[in-house]
Design a protein around this ligand. Structure first.
Ligand code: NAP
Length: 284
């Protein structure tokens, strides 16, 4: 099976490297070619354009920043995609654009399913992502030979739109917790408690989710930590959640407050920094 990956940022690059390791016949493309090189992807696995990457591919994975990027990149390659090819969008795009892109591609007899992921760059590299699947059962079967290399588990959630909606729910929970963690670390340190002691005590408490452990280095870094999940993408997720799941009379006040905190972080110049840098808003 020939596979293409469009978008080799923090997640896409690791996903591609994983599929190379697994012996998949694969070609990747990134808008900024230097980024793919910096990620250590050998040139023979890279195409010079998205159109070149998808030519002859049976499965095309998109791992792009957001829905508008997915719409733009797929719009550019749509006439090159073979009839019956399957596009798997693994980005966090949101249900509105997922459904729109699915309909556009269906008009060209190209199949579309959403497969947003839970797990960050380490899980992408190690093939231990949790994959949420929104799409037809036959498309899940067609995607399975690729997905089994990427995830420890694939969870079918319903038609296109269902997986991206639930992905936004998961991320709203994560980002709200991240914002609260940043805030309470600030409160503790301003009260004179040592940052490491505060963090590790949280890590030993009942609220110690895996997130608390794998983000430890990022929260305790003296300088700027490496970017695993950029603040700009956190804002995108929260805005998509608020747009997708709230309607008049059914608001999401906690998530709305977290989105406000993330906006402050962007205004403070942290947009392209890791999500753990929200803690910098509350430093003593
Ligand atoms: P990232 O490092 O910022 O990479 C974004 C990618 O999108 C880059 O390849 C970028 O290309 C490309 N891109 C953006 N706009 C584009 C456009 N208009 N045309 C073509 N390419 C465009 O983001 P990431 O962390 O890999 O995240 C990718 C997706 O996965 C996002 O939807 C994110 O929410 C989701 N996600 C991330 C994580 C995580 O831990 N990072 C975990 C789960 C899900 P350039 O390099 O040329 O700018």
């Amino acid at each position: 099976m020939k596979v293409a990956v469009l978008g080799l940022g923090a997640m896409g690059s690791q996903l591609l490297l994983r599929l190379i390791d697994q012996g998949v016949d694969i070609t990747g493309w990134n808008r900024d070619a230097r980024r793919a090189e910096r990620a250590g992807i050998p040139g023979r696995f890279l195409a010079g354009s998205a159109r070149e990457a998808v030519a002859g591919a049976e499965v095309v994975i998109t791992m792009l920043a957001d829905g508008p990027a997915v719409r733009a990149v797929l719009g550019d390659v749509a006439d090159v995609l073979g009839e019956g090819a399957l596009v798997l969008d693994m980005s966090t795009s949101g249900p509105a654009i997922s459904c729109e892109v699915a309909e556009t591609l269906a008009g060209r007899r190209v199949r579309f399913a959403e497969a947003p992921v839970s797990g960050s760059v380490g899980a992408a590299r190690g093939g231990t992502l949790t994959v949420l699947f929104g799409g037809a059962a036959e498309d899940l079967a067609a995607a399975e030979p690729v997905l089994r290399h990427l995830g420890k588990k694939t969870i079918p959630l319903g038609p296109v739109g269902a997986a991206s909606t639930f992905k936004l729910c998961l991320n709203a929970l994560l980002h709200t917790f991240n914002a609260t963690l940043a805030e309470v670390l600030g409160a503790a340190t301003r009260a004179g408690i040592d940052l490491r002691t505060a963090y590790d005590t949280i890590g030993e408490s009942v609220i110690a989710a895996p997130f608390v452990h794998y983000k430890r280095d990022a929260f305790l870094a003296d300088g700027m930590p490496p970017v695993a999940f950029a603040v700009d993408l956190v804002r995108k997720d929260l805005e998509l959640f608020l747009a997708a799941v709230t309607d008049p009379g059914r608001d999401a006040p906690t998530v709305g407050t977290a989105a406000g905190v993330v906006r402050r972080a962007q205004e403070a110049g942290l947009g392209s920094e890791d999500m753990a840098t929200l803690a910098r808003l509350y430093r003593p």
